[in-house]
Design a binder for this molecule. Structure first.
Ligand SMILES: *Cc1c(COP(=O)(O)O)cnc(C)c1O
Length: 354
């Protein structure tokens, strides 16, 4: 639990982006050595870029303002005007980024309906790859997202995807906003190291974008990782996208601190989410799958379906925040503890008289 957050505070289950920097992180930021990163002079940014590239097994990395900027520069470093990228219908880099790759890069997205586990069926990818013909955009890249809606893509699928997409001569991009949640969950299930699982996942891709402002608990930032040549292209694009920051080392120092202290602890977020799901089990009108990481989607069905707004208002009055009306979303993170989750369970049970 984050000691800068009083336990009497609201229980904020809206998103893992709501965390405030911990005391240790604030100290690391205060002590950070900084310089002008547009000149390449910021030691803290340079250190972070080397660190994350190494952790993910790539030659190079670039610190980005946001995950959206990172995916945008990531896609445009693989694709030119008139090219196309394949992504899930519900993928963040297709659906939730304002169509940036199309707007700024004239790159056409080809969305595909995902399987229930978040994967793209290889036969669907194959059918969507355009022939080399003047009628079509040129297919260049296939993006996956892991975790997707809190689900961990199976490692065996990633391996198959990787071989298949490479055979087709296309680039493999991972939107790994919550890569570390996936790796920690995988490590917990297998009894292995999260750091080893990070690399098992990332070795299936040519480029990976990872968010630091989510489960890792940093105030902002993402990184794009890839080959030196690829990151050099992304560096130019980042400048065009207004992402050339100056003394960004204050943020990079917060991220480095998070990478040192907040990775393995994500297992606690996952346990807390499992605890929340157990606490909600058996309430009539609530339907959900067992959560795999730190996100739980709950569908309101039957008579409960029309009660979403009232539930949200009730929880708000009890000091608990979450999002959604028919499909509720709960997220655990660094700034929630077991007492907070117990308060949420009790308030929801009370509302449904369960
Ligand atoms: C949050 C998120 C992003 C974008 O990150 P921002 O920093 O909010 O721009 C990209 N992909 C996924 C899967 C995300 O959850």
């Amino acid at each position: 639990m984050n000691t800068t957050t009083p336990s009497s505070a609201r229980v904020d289950l809206r998103s893992d982006t709501v965390t405030r920097p911990t005391a240790g992180m604030r100290e690391a930021m205060a002590q950070a050595l900084v310089g002008d990163d547009v000149f390449g002079d910021d030691p803290s940014v340079n250190e972070l870029q080397e660190k994350i590239a190494k952790m993910l097994g790539f030659e190079a990395a670039l610190f980005m303002s946001t995950g959206t900027q990172s995916n945008l520069c990531g896609i445009l470093s693989h694709c030119q005007r008139g090219d196309e990228y394949i992504a899930g219908q519900m993928a963040h880099c297709y659906r939730w980024e304002g169509g940036g790759a199309a707007v700024f890069g004239s790159v056409q997205p080809q969305p595909l309906t995902q399987q229930a586990d978040g994967s793209l069926a290889l036969q669907d990818i194959e059918a969507a790859i355009k022939p080399d013909d003047a009628h079509f955009a040129k297919t260049k890249m296939v993006a996956l997202e892991n975790t997707w809606g809190g689900k961990v893509l199976p490692q065996s699928y990633l391996n198959d995807y990787s071989n298949f997409v490479q055979e087709k001569g296309l680039a493999r991009h991972l939107d790994g906003a919550r890569l570390f949640n996936a790796a920690v969950a995988q490590a917990t299930a297998l009894g292995t190291s999260p750091y080893a699982e990070v690399k098992n996942i990332t070795q299936c891709f040519d480029s990976v974008s990872v968010c630091f402002s989510k489960g890792l608990g940093a105030p902002m930032g993402s990184a794009l990782c890839g080959s030196k040549e690829y990151i050099a292209k992304a560096h130019r694009l980042r400048k065009m996208a207004g992402g050339g920051l100056r003394q960004a080392g204050f943020m990079a120092a917060a991220v480095s601190y998070a990478l040192d202290h907040h990775v393995t602890r994500m297992a606690e977020d996952h346990q807390l989410m499992a605890h929340l799901a157990q606490g909600l089990a058996g309430i009539p009108g609530l339907q959900f799958e067992t959560p795999q990481t730190n996100i739980l989607f709950v569908d309101l069905v039957g008579e409960a379906k029309s009660r979403g707004a009232a539930l949200q208002a009730h929880l708000k009055s009890e000091g608990i925040d979450m999002t959604g009306l028919y499909r509720l979303r709960f997220v655990t993170h660094l700034d929630v503890d077991r007492a907070g989750v117990d308060r949420a369970i009790a308030a929801i049970r009370q509302f449904f008289g369960a």
